[in-house]
Design a protein around this ligand. Structure first.
Ligand code: NAD
Ligand code: GLY
Length: 360
């Protein structure tokens, strides 16, 4: 086992993010984070056949009472219906307050399982075992949990921090290339909003990232998670600069909703959204076109889409953006930038400017 560990320091407690290879098959590492006897493992149909059996075996041999819920894969399943199935699975397990939910999968499983853990008996433990790059660098860390409604992304949810995050890069060997690129979009986000040096490092390592060279992937995860841990420690419930992590997301969430959570992956929608946010910043005179071109070039080299899909009017996308959680009293509040590494929260952006970038 090869492992490095970071921590998320919260006001009340801290929890580890373990990153490395061979972690899931090392039960001594993760069993201690599961405090009670009862464990519900939530996964999906793409992940479970590869990675659930050894986890189940480790739990059984440790004398745990184990339930399993294996969901169909995809964003379209991050619903109230699947959430209620998770609660019923906890009920079937007769889960007590010291039961634990294990989220074994990507961000969809992690967000849904975390929300079920947040709600069962007003909150029980959960452990994140992310199996996509996106979940390793972003969704498994920081305690945002949610499900979608047809009206909008992540509209129902809670802040509920995991006991631990076990990011085993061995699982990335089965991840489709398109999903790897989607995860790289969130990696680029950290460079774009906080760290020009990291952005430049990504520009220098696109080939190794796409080829999944272990050391390069581990470095990308650790540098991303360090940024996320820092901002979550400062602002756990997004009263302030945690909102910077949503660079590109107001546009992106509107696109995901418009496409009915079907054709665009979350990371792909974020890729398009980040470039729109950068272009809007340039249009408003806050940053240079050179920086948005550099962002577009990096995203393209990472095999990510950067153009709006056709078929949705700018007015409809703007309407969806108004329901974003960052909007206040119906007024748009977006994350823009002053250039690479310098994101900022901007209020009262004229809707005519937003419509102009959506049209361009
Ligand atoms: P996902 O969970 O849908 O996983 C992507 C696909 O890869 C799925 O088909 C899944 O079955 C498959 N898969 C997962 N791991 C695999 C593996 N190791 N091998 C083979 N196939 C595998 O999507 P995602 O991109 O991981 O996460 C996106 C979700 O995360 C969105 O719902 C987004 O809103 C959410 N998110 C949440 C936060 C947060 O802070 N909570 C942050 C970012 C994104
Ligand atoms: N992914 C945004 C956040 O965790 O705040």
């Amino acid at each position: 086992m090869n492992m490095q560990t970071l921590h998320v320091d919260l006001a009340q407690r801290r929890y580890p993010i373990h990153v490395g290879s061979g972690l899931l098959t090392n039960k001594e590492l993760w069993l201690p984070y599961l405090r009670g006897k009862q464990v519900l493992v939530i996964s999906d149909e793409n992940v479970a056949p590869h990675y659930l059996p050894p986890i189940d075996e480790a739990l059984q041999s440790d004398g745990r009472q184990v339930g399993q819920l294996v969901l169909p894969p995809g964003e379209q399943e991050k619903t109230m219906l699947r959430f209620s199935e998770a609660l019923h699975a906890l009920a079937m397990l007769r889960a007590n307050r010291d039961a634990c939910v294990v989220a074994l999968g990507g961000g969809v499983v992690g967000d849904l399982a975390g929300f079920a853990a947040a709600c069962w008996m007003r909150g029980i433990d959960f452990v994140q075992m992310p199996t996509t790059l996106l979940a390793m660098v972003d969704s498994s860390v920081g305690g945002k949990t949610a499900v979608d409604l047809p009206e909008g992304k992540n509209l129902v949810g809670a802040f509920h921090q995991p006991r631990a995050v076990i990011a085993d890069i061995t699982t990335l060997s089965t991840l489709p290339q398109r999903e790897l690129s989607a995860g790289l979009a969130e990696v680029v986000k950290y460079g774009a909003i906080f760290d020009e040096g990291f952005f430049a490092w990504l520009e220098d390592h696109t080939t190794d990232l796409l080829a999944r060279r272990d050391e390069v992937i581990i470095e990308a995860i650790l540098r991303s998670c360090q940024h996320k841990a820092n901002v979550v420690a400062r602002d756990e419930t997004e009263q302030g600069d945690r909102a910077l992590l949503n660079f590109g997301h107001t546009f992106g969430h509107a696109l995901e909703t418009a496409t009915e959570y079907g054709s665009l992956l979350h990371g792909e929608a974020v890729s398009i959204g980040m470039l729109l946010a950068a272009r809007l910043s340039a249009q408003l005179g806050r940053s240079t076109v050179h920086d948005s071109d550099r962002l577009g070039a990096l995203l393209r080299r990472l095999q990510l889409p950067v153009e709006l899909p056709g078929g949705h009017t700018p007015a409809y996308l703007l309407e969806l953006m108004r329901l974003d959680k960052k909007s206040l009293s119906g007024a748009l509040r977006l994350i823009l930038w002053r250039g690479i590494g310098h994101a900022e929260i901007v209020r009262d952006i004229p809707e005519s400017n937003v419509l102009a970038v959506l049209r361009a």
